[in-house]
Design a protein around this ligand. Structure first.
Ligand code: NAD
Length: 513
């Protein structure tokens, strides 16, 4: 059994290669995990397939019992899981606690409780006269074997989190966590086994991109979270196999501050939701548009708040506000976006540099005098940076907010909530919060997904579990039925005329346009 306690993590398969896992807060190598090759992935797939029917036979109640035990297990082991997340991401204790442990607790309970209702047979009524008296049902049945591929920024929420509804639907799952952060997934798989999840219902395929690509060749559906660039490759591979793909991709979330906003609240939210998780959240606030009358006040408040943030190695609860940059190449992107902005005329009001010393950290940064010729306003930065732009009015803010290939989240601040909602409705994004940001993600009853190049499909809500199922239409004719229907052979002119009359009565009463 794989365990993350050891310096060297045991392989589920004979390793063809090993991947070193680094603590980005210290630079130390904390574990090595195997890189599974295509043959090893095929073996996991065969095991997952043979485990699935038994798991499906548990029924919703049986599966819910395992998930509720897992919910308790997460709470009992919260400190151990948090430490694992912090060690492989370098994020702060609080970022792990709120957005991963808190999410885990909510998600295990939510899917345990709601899955049956979301997937219950639906009785359908039809206006079609030929099925009068027949039983019509829409049924959702598990697809079989689901592949989940995750990114490094939320090792629980965006990897294990997406496995929960897949398993509750009765599927077995192979999760390919990011090669940067595989330890949390391995720990959770161990925990789920302790909670009574049958062997091979959730298997972890550690590895890099090639392992992910191999996984797509074996599963019945792929749930992918990661960059838009990789998402396209995943979509192409899924299309070749004609399997469904659900894609949660990158973002460049705008925030709009209208002149009638509560500027103090807007400044607090801009600061928190741009710097939380060191800006490495798909739905981080990545750019702000502020109406001219409150621009100076907003910039002054945000700059002051950002300058007060402590950045560095997380030593436990309450030690720092901004943690590490998890993925080494991300540091180059952040530096490039800041340098590009400065070179084109932006001013840095806070931060602006990588911090010296051990670990990988970037100072919380505020940029002004920015525009859409700059990468910091158009490309995903995924770091602790906040570019702020002055706009003439709400129309300009909406135009600029929509001037993006992305469309994940967005937020609008205004004390006039009707006006705020009207502006939110004009934004081309999968979610829009008024006087808030990012909070929609925590509402598991609402769908979470991206518009434009931010993705296809969504997680959460009824659609977030139905996507792991195929639909089956069931039509049952009662036993006391006629020996044959009137439209059957032999064709007779009298019957055809009667049917023509019937169609006219049924469909011919509308007005011509
Ligand atoms: P990435 O695309 O580089 O990698 C994601 C995963 O895909 C990794 O596990 C990687 O090993 C795997 N992979 C790489 N090549 C593959 C291939 N050819 N076939 C199959 N799998 C392959 O993304 P990342 O850098 O790990 O994550 C950061 C990105 O994720 C950001 O763009 C962020 O916005 C996005 N993200 C989106 C959401 C969301 O819900 N929309 C949530 C979190 C992160």
């Amino acid at each position: 059994m794989a365990t993350v306690e050891h310096e060297q993590v045991e392989a589920e398969q004979a390793p063809s290669n090993l991947i070193e896992v680094e603590n980005p807060g210290t630079g130390e190598i904390i574990a090595t995990v195997p890189e599974l090759d295509a043959a090893a992935v095929a073996e996991l797939a065969a095991r997952g397939r043979s485990a699935q029917p038994h798991w499906e036979s548990y029924g919703f109640q049986g599966r819910a019992r395992v998930m509720l035990r897992a919910q308790k297990w997460v709470m009992d082991n919260a400190e151990r899981i948090t430490k694992t997340i912090v060690s492989e991401t370098g994020k702060t204790w609080e970022d792990a606690q709120l957005a991963e442990i808190g999410y885990a607790g909510n998600a295990f309970g939510f899917w345990a409780k709601e899955a049956e209702g979301f997937l219950a047979d639906e009785k359908v009524r039809s206006s079609q006269v030929l099925v009068l008296g027949k039983k019509l049902l829409l049924r959702h049945r598990p697809l079989g074997l689901i592949g989940v591929i995750g990114p490094w920024n939320y090792p629980f929420t965006n990897s294990v989190g997406d496995c929960i509804p897949a398993m509750m639907a009765g599927n077995s799952v192979i999760l390919k966590p990011s090669e940067i952060t595989p330890l949390t997934s391995m720990l959770l798989a161990e925990g789920l086994r302790e909670c009574g999840l049958p062997e091979n219902v959730l298997q972890i395929a550690t590895g890099r991109g090639a392992t992910g690509a191999a996984l797509i060749e074996h599963v019945d559906m792929i749930m992918f979270t990661g960059s838009t660039k990789t998402g396209r490759k995943v979509a192409e591979a899924a299309a070749r196999r004609l399997i469904p793909a659900s894609l949660e991709l990158g973002g460049k979330d705008p925030m709009i501050v209208l002149a009638d906003a509560d500027v103090e609240r807007a400044a607090n939210f801009a600061t928190y939701y741009s710097m939380q998780n060191a800006g490495q959240t798909c739905i981080s606030i990545e750019r702000v548009y502020v109406e001219a009358p409150v621009y100076d006040e907003f910039v002054a408040k945000v700059s002051e708040k950002v300058r007060e943030l402590r950045v560095g190695r997380p030593e436990g609860p309450g030690s720092v506000e901004v943690g590490a940059i998890t993925f080494p190449p991300q540091m180059e992107t952040i530096k490039d976006h800041v340098a590009d902005a400065v070179q084109k005329g932006a001013r840095v009001l806070a931060g602006g540099n990588q911090t010296p010393g051990a670990g990988r950290f970037f100072e919380p940064t505020v940029l002004v005098d920015v525009d859409h010729t700059m990468k910091c306003m158009t490309e995903e930065t995924f770091g602790p940076t906040l570019p702020i732009m002055k706009v003439g009015d709400a129309d300009e803010a909406v135009r600029l907010a929509n001037d993006s290939v992305y469309g994940l989240g967005a937020s609008v601040f205004s004390k006039d909530t009707e006006r705020g909602e009207a502006v939110a409705r004009r934004l081309q994004s999968g979610a829009a919060n008024v006087n808030d940001a990012m909070i929609n993600y925590t509402v598991l009853e609402l769908p979470m997904g991206g518009a434009k190049s931010s993705g296809l499909g969504s997680r959460h809500g009824a659609g977030g579990i139905r996507k792991y199922c195929s639909q089956q239409a069931i039509v049952v004719t009662p036993k006391l039925a006629m020996k044959k229907e009137i439209f059957m052979y032999p064709y007779k002119s009298r019957t055809s005329k009667m049917l023509a009359g019937l169609f006219k009565v049924m469909y011919g009463r509308g007005k011509r346009a």
